[in-house]
Design a protein around this ligand. Structure first.
Ligand code: FEO
Length: 182
């Protein structure tokens, strides 16, 4: 049986994963509006992944005889400045999510709730992977640049990354490595 505090924290995380999904979906709309179709597809797929993260928490609460509660979710911003600023904002957001997961892990451990502690290990690994993924994308953006054809080439790279993710055959590190241009 989960403590009230753990239920509250897990429901808070459900809210944050929902927000993450809405944030990336809004970023996808911004990218599509700017003509960056590869970036838009990559972010839209990532928005769907965040819903998967939310559902895992939702199911864990139900399996633990606790009730998931969907609270109100803040509206995301609609303007992200530039592509580089947008990916910087994503990395900062993921670092915030990591901090929240760490708080949850700490709370579970200090309550000797080893079931929740064990459940959360998937999120610990996932956050490490996501931070690495977005740091790698920022590195790639730095290398390619956004001047001249840079933005076009960057968007092509994200088209290829989105395709590899959809095929499900590569790790985050592989996805972030610049692929051969056609
Ligand atoms: Fe659900 Fe991107 O962390």
């Amino acid at each position: 049986m989960l403590s009230d505090k753990t239920v509250e924290l897990l429901n808070g995380q459900i809210n944050l994963e929902f927000y993450s999904s809405n944030l990336y979906l809004q970023m996808s709309a911004w990218a599509a509006y700017k003509g960056l179709e590869g970036t838009a597809t990559f972010l839209r797929d990532h928005a769907a992944e965040e819903l998967g993260h939310m559902h895992r928490l939702f199911d864990y609460l139900l399996e633990s005889d606790a009730m998931p509660e969907i609270g109100s979710i803040d509206a995301p911003p609609t303007d992200f400045g530039s592509v580089k600023e947008m990916f910087q904002q994503i990395l900062q957001h993921e670092q915030h999510v990591t901090a929240r997961i760490n708080e949850l892990v700490d709370a579970a451990f200090s309550q000797k709730d080893f079931s929740t502690f064990n459940f959360l290990q998937w999120y610990v690994a996932e956050q490490r992977e996501e931070e690495h993924l977005f740091k790698s994308i920022l590195d790639m953006l730095e290398m390619i640049g956004t001047e001249g054809q840079g933005l076009f080439l960057f968007d092509q790279q994200l088209t290829q990354m989105a395709a590899r993710r959809q095929a499900g055959g590569s790790s985050a590190a592989d996805e972030a490595a610049p692929a051969e241009s056609a």
